[in-house]
Design a protein around this ligand. Sequence first.
Ligand code: BG6
Length: 476
Amino acid sequence: MTVRADTLVLFGATGDLSQRMLLPSLAALHADGLLPEDLNIVGTARSDMSDIEFRNFARAALEKHLPAERRGPLADFLNCLHYQPLDVTTPENYADLAEKVGKDRQVAIFLSTAPSLFKPTIEGLAAHGLAGENTRICLEKPLGTDLATSREINDAVASAFSEDRIFRIDHYLGKETVQNLIALRFANILFEPLWNARLIEHVQITVAETVGLESRVDFYDDAGALRDMVQNHMLQLLALFAMEPPTHFDASAVRDEKVKVLRALRKISPGESVTGQYRGGASVGEIVPGYDEELGRDSDTETFVALKAHIDNWRWHGTPFYLRTGKRMQRRVTEIVVQFREIPHSIFPGAKVKSNRMVIGIQPEENITLSVMAKVPGIEQEGIALREVPLNIAMPDAFSGKEKRIAYERLLLDLVKGDQTLFVRRDEVEAQWSWIDSIRQTWAEEDLKPKTYGAGSWGPSAAIALIERDGSSWHE
Ligand code: BG6
């Protein structure tokens, strides 16, 4: 679909995501002249507000969540905003929304409401002419809690929108550094010949957070780390890292390749996963409560997971992918570590030759570091001395002067433009769930319970053992 939208409808416009991410992203795009000038933005939510009241609400959110230097002249942006009160379960309310949107518009609808409201919302939209050919819809996670519920959501959406008009968000795909993974792999000749099991011994993907439950107690306790982080963000990173070269950077080609990787994921065997739950302790300079204390009850939900994954295809046979993610970890870091194999034969007796390693830092530091062996300057009695040195590209230095963008900026703009490349296709999300379901089934069979770990640590010791028993260690 290439027709540009001229109206953007935000469901959940007064919610947390809207205040922290969506409105700031739209205002920043507007300030940079990237939003179409004639774009109307219609917020909807249950609260009764006028356009003016919604603009005031948006102004307060922008003052809080968008740095002053990115705001631009706010009045111009605020004038694009309109508001329509709407209770998604009240069918008549959609007629008012349709009237507010107006006739013959190209409409993009963003649902940032609870997934339980997707179905009635879609029915309401379809019944009032807001789901036709000139309408596209964007959905926020969680898209289900397993394959069956994800299919239910997908079926409900598909009853009113064709797949080329459905935009499923994974905000990691909006991150510049995640897109840079595609550039790194396919805009350089250097890496592709190395990108396979013959030369890569293993890959580590870490998404470590220092935050705890935040304000999402019930949601998180139902989800856990596997469904909250691995099913979506981590599998997207893995798929982009491991996919075959797509023929084009477009929605079909990229998503075709990602889905092949996701379908090639082998079912995890018993012993290939570790789960954990944090206990109270010192975390980034403060004493924080344990998960059960934050929750106010006992729970078996995992706040940490480590997995040893395998991709059953020719390229990756024999290269394990170690994944780990957790809350209340020692440091916030998202990175991919590529551990290359040993050299086949050393000509330097007595000197230790360490295998090369590449670390792709995604956040907070955006660095790519390649460790290479070099000669230590000086004269030795015999032979030469070697040491590992880093070849370092610091992205912020390479592109100084470029603003750091919110991931949603790119995604909202692509939604308005109708470009699905950075959105998740139905077969992808279902392949993700199918692998996640298989892990949960293994856990149930093993009766796996989360091991405890101290807040501010790197997770339970069993996660360290998971990789160490293969002769490697997590990168820190
Ligand atoms: C969300 C998860 O999808 O991603 C959160 O629900 C998590 O639990 C967040 O904190 C992490 O996103 P980011 O962009 O801060 O890495």
